[in-house]
Design a protein around this ligand. Sequence first.
Ligand code: AMP
Length: 396
Amino acid sequence: MNLPKIEDQDISGKRIFLRVDFNVPIENGIAKDTTRIEKTLPTIELLAKKGAKIIIASHLGRPKGKPNPEFSMKPAFDALEKLTSLSVKFSDKVVGAEVESASKALGNGEILLLENLRFHAEEEENEKKFSESLAKLAEVYVNDAFGAAHRAHASTEGIAHILPCFAGLLMRKEVETLTSLMSRPKKPFVAIIGGSKVSSKIGIIKNLIEKVDHILIGGGMSYTFLKSRAIPIGNSLFEKDYEVQAYQLIDRAGVQGIDLQLPVDHIIADSFSEKAKTKSVDKMGILDAWMAMDIGSKTISNYEKIIKEANTILWNGPMGVFEMDPFANGTIQIAKAVAKSKAVTVVGGGDSIAAVNKAKVADKITHISTGGGASLEFLEGKTLPGVKVLLSEGKE
Ligand code: AMP
């Protein structure tokens, strides 16, 4: 995939509409985790160095098409100001005469961050007029929002039909890394898939089964797989509608000679709470009315052995309820094993990023994908509309 590069363009004095993914978690008006903003800094700094005037836009949360202070970009603006020495201004408008003149008043290398794009319903509707209003703010469009590329919205898709369009550095890195991971992984290739729901991961497992040597399953989704094999799971997470597919996937892995592993022991709890009573139990030991909240020590060591031998690792989704300390061990140990491995390691999905941060090993991972839903869809083999339009409309 050859995405059009912005590095080669003469953009001095030009206004750039830079779509980013500053959809960061906010607590009490402060951006709690600024990873996504930090990852976009190389693109922002490149554009500034080349003398462009940078209009930055993003969505944040789900304000459902209406202005709502709870979802303001202001905390992201405060974080960006702290992270860069460049001049950053804030516009509480997204489109219209006021923001058009503010964009024209920018000096070379200066930044104007717009308010939340999703304060306008037309953004998610990918409405043509709204795309045109966004396009009036700039002469060139750069998309660095890989995390929003699975959505065909005005700022991720519509505008690219109007302005000359290019990929930012983060967008290219994400697409290139995930593409090479899926097309030419160095074997053995190990996928570690966890998280709460089989329903949201079934697509990725089906696509991966064609490519990997081992699939290590953990987290809440394990229990639908186990129950499909008549193993008692008590009150653990279970998705009845996916039981048959889970059963079939285990068989399919067997037929294709793929090593699909499930947890063989568990940390169980008598309620979904940090203060619950807990027990460490073996294969068949999940008690009625109790729920499995983390993988146990035998499972951890089984998975560690396979991780150690890997040359490529993809990890998506935690091994247990890692947000609660009594159930974080499985996820933390797996994060450490992944970090220690000699393999090319790629971690994707919002919760997995939080997990590697909690295990303090983020700097030892080859690539941490900023796109939750986007990286999932990419790994499922789907074409992302935000990437597709750059390929079709962009000029190399
Ligand atoms: P996902 O968004 O599907 O990747 O799932 C992430 C969530 O799965 C996290 O919030 C975890 O707390 C949750 N989770 C992981 N393991 C379990 C489990 N055994 N039971 C319930 N929830 C779990």
